[in-house]
Ligand binder design. Structure first.
Ligand SMILES: O=P(O)(O)OC[C@H]1O[C@H](OP(=O)(O)OP(=O)(O)O)[C@H](O)[C@@H]1O
Length: 247
């Protein structure tokens, strides 16, 4: 079983923000377009949008209709990221950490988290690696994780902090951690915005994994997470509305 260390037990994911209807998985990877009327009646999506800045809301307004329910709102993501950033900064103050963003999904979380790492550890660097295994409109992993190094920095001898948007089956993280270790990283710590423990099929018990929010077995979108490359700019994490057809 995976070792999922709650990052800061004094600041758990707020249960009141998570839906109690956790049990219904998506039955199909194909979806049909919902009516605008049903979208307009989504109180949770409206609430989430009103929690966000007006500029962000304008960007994402047309995308709210594809959200069945909000799991983690923008305010809670911001608060949790600030807590985690502060703690990471203290823990890695003397380690010259290399904070690696797993593209594309982790980009917003990585940006906010690294900015929240204050006071910044002396010598902190950022880098980017692309990992891709959910292709097109798939809601299940292909199992074939393609890695592409995007930066010049080398993980050899470095204290690496991998930043992910979601740990689902664990396939991607397994490959990334093994890659960093094989390349000579001193240590590898993983920080993931979301964890879907119910879907884990890969053993990560040897991985130092820090989780911001536990979520149920639902296909989620927003805050970097996509369905067929859409919805990454939603300012919150929500469940993709069953029946969604983005074409
Ligand atoms: O635990 P797993 O089952 O491996 O799933 C997690 C991975 O899936 C997503 O990546 P994806 O391949 O969709 O690429 P993306 O980040 O560019 O969306 C996500 O960003 C994680 O990296």
């Amino acid at each position: 079983m995976a070792t999922v260390r709650a990052f800061q037990r004094s600041c758990p994911a707020p249960p009141s923000r998570l839906s109690s209807r956790f049990s219904r998985p998506l039955r199909s990877s194909r979806f049909s377009r919902p009516s605008f009327a049903s979208a307009a009646s989504s109180a949770e999506a409206s609430k989430a949008s009103s929690d966000s800045s007006s500029s962000t809301m304008a960007l994402a307004a047309s995308e709210h209709q594809f959200v069945e329910k909000v799991l983690v709102n923008a305010e809670d993501i911001q608060a949790r990221t600030a807590e985690m950033g502060k703690q990471l900064a203290a823990e890695f103050a003397d380690a010259k950490p290399l904070v690696v963003c797993v593209l594309r999904g982790a980009a917003p979380f990585h940006t906010d988290l690294t900015r929240a790492m204050q006071p910044a550890p002396v010598g902190i660097e950022v880098d980017y690696i692309r990992a891709s295994s959910y292709h097109g409109a798939a809601t299940t992993t292909s199992g074939d994780v393609q890695l592409t190094t995007a930066g010049a920095a080398d993980v050899k001898g470095r204290t690496v902090i991998l930043v992910e948007d979601i740990c689902d089956t664990g396939t991607t993280l397994r490959k990334l951690v093994d890659y960093c270790r094989a390349a000579g990283a001193n240590s590898v710590t993983v920080v993931s915005l979301l964890n879907k423990q119910a879907r884990r099929v890969v053993d990560l018990s040897d991985v130092d994994l820090r989780i911001a929010f536990e979520i149920p077995d639902e296909f989620v979108i927003g805050f970097g997470l996509d369905f067929d490359e859409r919805f990454r700019t939603l300012p919150y994490v929500g469940v993709l509305r069953p029946g969604t057809d983005i074409n």
